[in-house]
Design a protein around this ligand. Structure first.
Ligand SMILES: [Zn+2]
Ligand SMILES: [Zn+2]
Length: 454
């Protein structure tokens, strides 16, 4: 029996994440993302590297765009693939895929030929979704591809990253491949840490987002810092803007703010929300009894929230009363609500902006995060001078480097494949692992190259 892996996206970067694991003739594609930045041919998984190879099954680990945004694209190329994912991911896909389509149409990138545009039309996405098959956690599905010589047993395991997120275990003729997907081993405010199997796998394919991170504080410390900032700004009469990703970070920050208010760590004040984050919170609420959430039955909608009217921002009450404003996008991309509000908040000396997530170096959020008070900087396509207060926090939904290495210790794979991280992050984990397991085969794959697993 032979086994290979081909990485079609997410090699030494967080890109259009996608890999194909071939086990004895059955080809399982795991994830099909849209690259967060590229809008040329590299925006989608590199299907050309597959040559004539056909895939049989598509497993989507979770609904973030860098894992799911390329699903319409790959399904158009291989419409016979059987798409599998958890129930929550299927529900979330309704919101995220339509949003991806809207985004691509608005951006008019060069890849958006008439053909590709058709993949992302609302009606096409609705049709695709009817083919999505929901698989419960920890339940084995046997699949066998067109050229498969034996069954592949496939199981999804809770990966603690966002609602619906899963790691995938594949077993074939007594050998196994474990793919972590995006994984987080410690509890977050809203959801519990991963419950991935810690038993031996022959091959482990692991994400490395935080592989090189040295400045990760624990969540409690970050919460206390955030509470101090909010208290300071609001006691001077200002409001605080918290730019967040709609899926995952919105629900996490709302839960944190609510609990800080209940504990008396910050004063009671209105919380403003809007748009896609609100729709996603409703899906979280739907699963508040069945998924590994921190507090069963707790609904994000139970947190009192005021809705923002994006057409009349100047008239919003948070400009006159201390409030918290939690809106996307997380990296303050132009012309999202967070970007528009940051333009208005930045000019008010008593106001504050709390950056709570990763900022890509090319994003307006990064420019804002590194701006000096009183000095002009380029924010999107506008010049801005920041007078408001600004602080940065790291609330990560990815595993810490030491947790990743500890997971490798438990799984003891013969081959470790490192993906979904910068070259620096993958190398840092590779070196750490090789220190502890000198005989282990560690691969930092190149995009498009195939590696024999056994
Ligand atoms: Zn993710
Ligand atoms: Zn990711």
């Amino acid at each position: 029996m032979t086994a290979t892996i081909t990485v079609l996206g997410g090699a030494e970067e967080i890109g259009a994440n996608c890999c194909v694991v071939d086990l004895d003739g059955t080809a399982v594609m795991v994830d099909a993302g849209l690259h967060p930045k590229r809008r040329d041919a590299g925006a989608f998984p590199d299907m050309q590297s597959l040559g004539d190879k056909q895939c049989d099954v598509l497993v989507v680990t979770h609904a973030h765009t860098d894992h799911m945004g390329g699903v319409p694209f790959v399904l158009r190329k291989m419409p016979w693939m059987r798409p599998l994912m958890t129930h929550a991911t299927r529900d979330l896909s309704q919101i995220t895929l339509h949003n991806t389509g809207k985004l691509l149409r608005k951006e008019h990138p060069e890849i958006l030929s008439a053909e590709v545009e058709e993949f992302y039309r609302g009606a096409t996405i609705d049709h695709l979704r009817m083919a999505f098959e929901a698989v419960p956690y920890n339940e084995v599905r046997s699949v066998r591809g067109y050229n498969g010589r034996s069954d592949v047993d496939l199981t999804l395991h809770w990966s603690g990253h966002i609602l619906g997120s899963a790691g995938v275990r594949l077993e074939c003729q007594g050998r196994s491949v474990m793919l972590t997907g995006d994984v987080n081993f410690t509890d977050q405010a809203s959801i519990r840490g991963a419950q991935l199997p810690r038993t031996h796998a022959d091959v482990l394919v692991m994400e490395c987002t935080n592989g090189a991170a040295t400045d990760l504080h624990d969540r409690h410390t970050e919460e206390q810092r955030l509470a101090r900032f909010i208290t300071q700004v609001s006691s001077a009469g200002g409001s605080v803007l918290v730019p967040v990703f709609a899926l995952g970070k919105t629900q996490e920050i709302l839960t944190i703010l609510h609990s800080l208010m209940r504990k008396g760590s910050i004063p009671h004040m209105p919380i403003y929300t809007a748009g896609m984050g609100v729709r996603i919170s409703k899906v979280y609420d739907h699963y508040c009894y069945t998924e590994p959430v921190r507090h069963a039955g707790f609904e994000i909608s139970d947190i009192p929230q005021e809705r923002i009217n994006p057409d009349e921002l100047e008239r919003e009450k948070f400009f006159s009363n201390p409030s918290l404003v939690v809106v996307s996008s997380g990296m303050l991309n132009q012309p999202t609500l967070s970007w528009r509000l940051a333009m208005m908040f930045a000019r008010r000396p008593t106001f504050g902006i709390a950056i709570v997530g990763y900022q890509d170096v090319d994003s307006p959020g990064y420019a804002l995060q590194n701006s000096a008070p009183g000095e002009k900087f380029v924010f999107g396509n506008k010049l801005l001078r920041r007078s408001c207060a600004l602080e940065s926090y790291r609330f990560t939904a990815h595993a810490r480097p030491e947790e990743l290495v500890a997971y490798v210790d438990d799984v003891k794979p013969s081959t470790l494949v490192l993906v979904h991280g910068s070259t620096e992050a993958c190398d840092a984990i590779a070196l750490d692992v090789l220190d502890r397991h000198p005989g282990m085969r560690v691969i930092v794959p190149r995009q498009g190259a195939s590696y024999t697993l056994w």
